[in-house]
Design a protein around this ligand. Structure first.
Ligand code: ASP
Length: 354
C-alpha cells in the first residue's frame, strides 16, 4: 500500500547533491549511496534473496555457465520460484484476489530478438512466465489475458491446476472475515469470542513479485517479471508486471530493469523503461533504481508531499553491474541475489529516503 515517506529525512539525505540538479546533471553525477554490485558476465540476478531465490539463481547459473542463453536462464529461475508453495507472492500458493481466485501476471523480454510476451489475469497455471514466453515466441502478439491466455497455455499442454495452497486459502479466509464489521462473514455475533472480535478497519494488503534478469556469455540480455499481484485485488485488476516498460524492460545495448511493489505507480511512471534509459545515459544500475524512485516522488510532490508508494526496483547492465533500491521505510535495506563466476552474492541496495 502507499506509505508516507519522511520528507524531512529525504531532503536531508539528498541536500549534498542538490535535489534540483538531479536530472539536469544526468551523466556523471556522484553516486548518492553506494556504487552498486559489481558483477561479471555471464550473470543472473533476482529480486528474491530468500532461500528459494538463491536456489533459483544457483540452478539457472548451471545453465548460464554452460553457455546457455539468458532467456533460458531467467525462465528456469522464474519457474523455480513460481512453483514454491511457500511463496505467497508468485505462482502456485500466491495470494488470491478478493474472490479467492489466484490471477497471475507475468512478462518476459528478450534483448537478443527485441521480442516480448506477457500474460495477465491468468488462472490455473503454475508457471505464467513460461506462458508469457509462448506468447512471445509462438504468436505475433505481446500480451494475452484471462481465458484467452489460459486457452493458449492449455493448447500447448499446460495443466490447469488449483493454485491455492492451505496457507494461501487460510490467509484469504482470514482476510475475508476481518475486512469489515458490516458484512456477514465470520461467526454469528452472539457466538463471537470477544477476544477474536473482527478487527475491521484497514485490510492487510500484500505486495510481492519476482524479477529475474540475466546477461549470457554472448552478451545477450533477458528478463522476466512474474507475480500473483496485489493480494485481495479486485477481480480482473492487472498490475505492472505484465506491462512491458512498467514491470520489466530489456535492451540488449544497455541492460534490464524490473519492478515490484505498488503496480499502479509503476505503470504510470513506466519505471523499468525509465531505468533502462537512465543506464543508457550513463547512470549505474544502482543509480538508475534510485533515479526511478526520485522520479515517482517528484510526480506526487505538488499533490501530496507525504505520499510515496512502496516500490522496489532492480537493475542490471550489460557489463554485469547491478543494483536495487526501495522506498519502504520500515524494512531496512532491500536485498537481491546475484550469481556469476565469483559465486552467489546477496547484495544490499539502498533504502530511498533514509
Ligand atoms: N507489482 C505487483 C502488482 O502491482 C505486486 C508486487 O510487486 O508486490 O501487481
Amino acid at each position: 500500500m502507499p506509505r508516507a515517506i519522511n520528507r524531512r529525512l529525504f531532503l536531508g539525505r539528498t541536500a549534498g547533491v542538490g535535489v534540483g540538479a538531479l536530472f539536469a546533471r544526468a551523466v556523471g553525477l556522484e553516486a548518492r549511496s553506494n556504487p552498486g554490485g559489481i558483477g561479471r558476465v555471464p550473470i543472473l540476478v533476482t529480486s528474491h534473496s530468500n532461500q528459494t531465490g538463491q536456489r533459483a539463481a544457483e540452478q539457472a547459473w548451471e545453465l548460464l555457465s554452460a553457455g546457455g542463453s539468458a532467456l533460458d536462464a531467467v525462465e528456469l529461475a522464474a519457474n523455480v520460484i513460481e512453483v514454491d508453495p511457500e511463496d505467497t507472492s508468485v505462482g502456485y500458493g500466491g495470494l488470491p484476489n478478493e474472490n479467492g481466485v489466484v490471477q497471475l501476471d507475468a512478462s518476459v523480454m528478450d534483448g537478443a530478438t527485441y521480442n516480448a510476451g506477457a500474460v495477465a489475469s491468468l488462472e490455473g497455471i503454475k508457471n505464467p512466465s513460461s506462458v508469457a514466453r509462448l506468447v512471445m515466441e509462438r504468436t505475433d502478439h505481446v500480451l494475452m489475458v484471462g481465458p484467452g491466455a489460459l486457452a493458449l497455455a492449455k493448447s500447448f499442454g499446460f495443466e490447469e491446476e488449483d493454485l491455492m495452497t492451505e496457507r494461501s486459502r487460510a490467509r484469504w479466509l482470514e482476510w475475508r472475515e476481518n475486512r469489515s464489521e458490516s458484512d456477514d462473514w465470520g461467526p454469528p455475533d452472539h457466538l463471537k469470542d470477544r477476544a477474536e472480535a473482527r478487527i475491521g478497519g484497514e485490510p492487510a494488503f500484500h505486495y510481492g513479485t519476482v524479477n529475474v534478469l540475466a546477461v549470457d556469455a554472448s552478451g545477450d540480455v533477458a528478463g522476466i517479471t512474474t507475480t500473483s499481484g496485489l493480494s485481495w485485488k479486485i477481480d480482473g485488476r492487472v498490475g505492472d508486471s505484465p506491462i512491458i516498460g512498467a514491470g520489466l524492460y530489456v535492451d540488449n545495448d544497455v541492460g534490464a530493469a524490473g519492478a515490484t511493489g505498488r503496480g499502479e505507480d509503476v505503470i504510470k511512471s513506466c519505471a523499468s523503461y525509465f531505468m533502462v534509459e537512465r543506464m543508457r545515459a550513463g547512470r549505474t544500475p544502482q543509480q538508475a533504481c534510485e533515479d526511478a524512485l526520485e522520479m515517482i516522488r517528484r510526480r506526487y510532490e505538488r499533490l501530496n508531499l507525504d505520499f510515496m508508494p512502496g516500490e522496489k526496483f532492480v537493475a542490471l547492465n550489460r557489463d554485469g553491474d547491478y543494483g536495487c533500491a526501495w522506498s519502504y521505510e520500515s524494512r531496512g535495506l532491500p536485498q537481491m541475489t546475484a550469481r556469476d563466476s565469483g559465486g552467489l552474492t546477496v547484495y544490499e541496495g539502498v533504502q530511498f529516503g533514509a
